[in-house]
Design a protein. Structure first.
Lengths: 217, 698
């Protein structure tokens, strides 16, 4: 689960010399929200998002109607992009948790992925959500159970051994500190090919843990 | 839905209605017309077609490499959604270096012979990425490791000529991948390589595609290779794309008559011999300057209708994702194809031909052909040093019954051609005995009786280099007639015309010069010349390897037919196991100057196998995506014949090596019955237990 496995390789990129209008069209046509600007050897020069492309009204305030047209048509993507020194990037061998942390902290949706200054990919929040989806085996049908347990060593093992005692397999498993109950931990497991009732019956017997949610997906 | 559903949908390469013309003295030649296709990320798109159909022109168009007289006259090429047509040279150059890479057919021509591999590789990074020499060096070593190059540090110091063909191609692929391109164009990258090396390179390409998510445009004339590497494929004919679909659809459910014809032209491995007859496509590809007015395939099509000559069909989507350029594709697909009437009796006769135990006509016993190698030591300078020999053919014994064909297969450099040359007398025999019709022919050709020379003829691999460019076809075929006095002088012309007709050429060819002939026609003339003397034995040295599939099928059928008529015996050398199967009664597999297996053709293709035969069979690309092929890959290249491995010669690469015995003792031959002999230490019972390499669904 490293950035290089989940990023978009060979992202669409442009040179800084193209006009803003052209870049807008390019992003629209290809339905992308982030566009890295690269120079020779795919070195990162900057990044534009759809927001960066919005020209600030104050810039245009002092211009008359003809000047505005001229100004806009002469504007290149190099003029409006976020310059490379201000772009937050990530190395391709970083973990995706790291990518998520940076994106959450900086409140940004996209990180260009670099390898020694060369753009090798782009990772966006959508890539991380796709990864979350995969982690929870969303595309496979089964029973998804959330079990609340004390935040103690050995509790997850109890749950897992109860499942494996039945000879069932775990399709996906994840855990978070319980959002509403400090000192507790919520574990989500997904089990395939077993009826819901049987699972509930088996997991209810696990001591000190309670089932907070069961659903077939 | 898949995990990649949210990814960018824009194809890496999208070619729309592309048209390319070359300016010539006779005006513009439209080499490519109306070609459209797209390649997505991480996808391999094959482009297949015969020579001269515009495959490479499309590739050159994409990288704007058309040369002075070529230019794009219509359509558009979108790379990652950006138009490439009309870009400045500078922009294109940067794009090519950074995002598009190309691998050519001949690795030797892609590498600079006067620069060390290391310098050539690091130049890419230094120029395009501005890395320092040291950084570039480390990256190059990494990349060479990625393409499984043994000893990359040593290779970096070498010159291209010091590497084998397979290694050179690996270097070229490594060079192409150094900049992590989004699109990799490969123009016949494995055509110049041996099957075993080809298999390894194809595996490598497939692996790299997955790892780097690179889109690949794969150009080849070999249908088997396309079936192995690509996800989707387009079939080109005379500058147009006539069919485009997934590989499965193209091979299992071809809808265009040309694609169907191509499928019937390729020898298939795995089916029985009887069902593997080839049905050539009649006629020839029209030249781009004289295209038929309607459908371009109309003059050669078996399903032709009146409209075909008038309206030019468009490429249309017949089934989802399956595009065909034929007005009647649906009706044609529904019809059962029947071989043309005139072919049936010939083929029936071929089936009937079965070896009633004939007398052996050629008999070889312990034949050895060594080439003396000069040494540079002082003692050899004065003639005292120990002589070194390249053991090109070492202790080979076999016999061929009259009227039968022995196929000889093996990798390049295994001594196949030397064997043929030794029999025909072009190479002096070092040791052993060759008997032909009961006569000893262990003498060079210059000492042979004219009668004997007449009975032994040869067909060569490359028809271009075996014909005198300044003599007419008639003169060249007539020469053996005059020399051997096959017919009286006055009848030579008549006989030549009869021979021309036998190889399906007409009288008008009599006065033509070789340069006025196509490759297939030249090879026919070569065949006519070989058969002019009415020989008893014809040695064919790769007679079809340089020909296109449809021509190849025609030439093979022709050879069979002539063999039938004159009851000629043949020795047929090839590197393609599928061709040999179709053609031969007996097959011998040769490795490093020795036979490792010999037997009736059917027996060779089923267990028990010699481990080398097994590996060869596993490497042959099969033009059928549904066929299952077990995967055995040989490591390394053929060792030098100057100093062959001791014991079993195959021991250095054998995947089933037993142990010390293979290195110390020459393997005994094991008789598997019916004249099938295997030279291996592994007991026959174990070899029998091997699974068949190729399984084809019935």
């Amino acid at each position: 689960m490293l950035v290089k496995d989940y990023m978009t390789k060979h992202p669409l990129m442009v040179q800084p010399t193209i006009s803003v209008v052209e870049a807008q069209r390019y992003m629209g046509e290809n339905n992308i929200r982030h566009l890295p600007i690269v120079g020779k050897g795919k070195r990162l020069l900057g990044l534009v998002t759809r927001q960066t492309l919005l020209v600030h009204p104050a810039t245009l305030g002092s211009l008359n109607v003809w000047e505005i047209t001229r100004f806009l048509s002469d504007l290149t993507i190099g003029d409006v992009m976020v310059k490379a020194k201000d772009v937050i990037t990530i190395e391709k061998d970083a973990t995706i948790e790291e990518a998520a942390r940076i994106m959450v902290e900086k409140k940004i949706g996209c990180l260009p992925v670099l390898e020694e200054g060369v753009v090798v990919g782009v990772i966006t929040e959508i890539d991380l959500l796709a990864e979350l989806m995969e982690m929870m085996a969303t595309r496979v049908s089964g029973v998804r159970v959330t079990v609340r347990m004390p935040d103690q060593r050995g509790e997850l093992a109890k749950l897992v051994s109860a499942i494996s005692a039945q000879g069932w397999g775990i399709l996906a498993c994840g855990g978070v500190p319980s959002p509403k109950d400090p000192g507790k931990w919520d574990a989500v497991v997904k089990i395939r090919d077993v009826p819901k009732e049987e699972i509930v019956a088996a997991l209810e017997k696990v001591e000190g843990q309670e089932i907070v949610d069961v659903r077939e997906i | 839905m898949t995990i990649n559903d949210h990814r960018i949908k824009t194809p890496i390469l999208e070619v729309r209605d592309l048209a390319i013309s070359y300016k010539t003295r006779k005006g513009d030649v439209p080499a490519v017309r109306d070609v459209s296709f797209e390649i997505h990320r991480g996808e391999a798109h094959g482009i297949v077609g015969e020579s001269g159909c515009g495959k490479s022109t499309v590739a050159f168009g994409v990288v704007n490499f058309l040369g002075r007289n070529g230019r794009i006259v219509g359509g558009s090429i979108l790379f990652q959604g950006q138009e490439l047509r009309g870009r400045s040279e500078e922009e294109l150059r940067r794009l090519r270096g950074d995002q598009i890479a190309m691998v050519y057919q001949d690795p030797m021509q892609a590498l600079n012979p006067s620069l060390r591999i290391g310098d050539q590789l690091s130049e890419v990074l230094i120029v395009h990425r501005g890395l320092s020499k040291e950084e570039a060096y480390d990256k190059c070593i990494d990349m060479l490791n990625r393409v499984y190059m043994p000893d990359p540090e040593v290779v970096m110091e070498r010159y291209p000529h010091q590497l084998s063909g397979g290694q050179q191609q690996r270097v070229v692929i490594a060079m192409a991948l150094l900049n992590n391109p989004a699109l990799l164009i490969m123009d016949e990258p494995t055509t110049a390589l041996d099957v075993t090396v080809e298999a390894a390179v194809l595996d490598l390409i497939d692996e790299l595609r997955r790892e780097f998510d690179t889109a690949i445009m794969y150009i080849t004339h070999n249908l088997g290779v396309i079936a192995r590497v690509s996800d989707r494929a387009g079939v080109m004919y005379a500058g147009e794309m006539v069919e485009r679909a997934t590989v499965e659809e193209v091979f299992l459910n071809p809808l265009h008559p040309y694609t169907q014809g191509l499928m019937r032209c390729v020898p298939k491995l795995g089916l029985s011999k009887e069902s593997s007859y080839l049905y050539p496509i009649r006629g020839r590809v029209p030249s781009p300057a004289e295209l038929p007015p309607g459908c371009i395939f109309e003059p050669r099509c078996d399903h032709v209708r009146p409209q075909c000559g008038q309206t030019h069909p468009e490429l249309r989507e017949v089934a989802p994702g399956h595009f065909v350029r034929c007005s009647f594709a649906e009706e044609i697909a529904a019809q059962e194809w029947q071989p043309p009437e005139d072919l049936i009796p010939d083929l029936a006769a071929l089936v009937a031909r079965k070896a009633e135990a004939a007398e052996p006509i050629l008999h070889l016993q312990n034949v050895r052909t060594y080439y003396e190698q000069e040494r540079k030591s002082l003692t050899s300078l004065v003639g005292l040093g120990k002589k070194q020999y390249v053991k090109a053919v070492d202790d080979v014994s076999f016999e061929i019954p009259k009227g039968c064909t022995l196929g000889v297969v093996g990798e390049s450099g295994c001594g196949k051609s030397t064997l043929a040359k030794t029999i025909v007398g072009l190479e002096p025999l070092t040791d052993g005995k060759v008997e032909f019709l009961g006569f000893d022919i262990s003498v060079p050709v210059s000492d042979r009786d004219l009668e004997l020379i007449k009975e032994l003829q040869m067909i060569f691999q490359n028809p271009d280099s075996t014909m005198n460019p300044s003599f007419t076809v008639g003169h060249q075929i007539g020469r053996p007639l005059r020399r051997f006095k096959t017919v009286p002088r006055g009848q030579v012309r008549g006989e030549v015309i009869r021979l021309l007709e036998a190889v399906k050429l007409d009288e008008s060819y009599y006065d033509r010069l070789p340069r006025q002939l196509s490759g297939g026609e030249k090879q026919r003339v070569g065949i006519a010349r070989a058969f002019a003397a009415r020989p008893d034995l014809v040695l064919c040295d790769e007679p079809v390897s340089s020909l296109d599939v449809s021509v190849q099928a025609a030439v093979l059928n022709l050879l069979l037919e002539i063999q039938q008529r004159y009851d000629t015996t043949m020795l047929f050398i090839a590197h393609d196991l599928s061709v040999v199967r179709f053609f031969s009664d007996y097959v011998a597999v040769m490795y490093l100057g020795k036979f490792c297996e010999i037997g009736p053709a059917e027996a060779i293709y089923a267990p028990p196998y010699h481990p080398y035969t097994e590996a060869l069979l596993s490497a042959v690309p099969i033009p059928d995506p549904s066929a299952k092929q077990k995967r055995i890959r040989l490591s390394g290249s053929v060792p030098s014949a100057l100093n062959p491995p001791s014991g079993c010669r195959f021991n250095t690469r054998c995947p089933r090596k037993l142990g010390d015995i293979c290195e110390t003792e020459e393997p005994p031959y094991r008789d598997a019955g019916g004249g099938h002999r295997i030279f291996c230490h592994i007991p026959l019972e174990e070899l029998r237990k091997l699974e068949p390499i190729v399984t084809v669904k019935p």
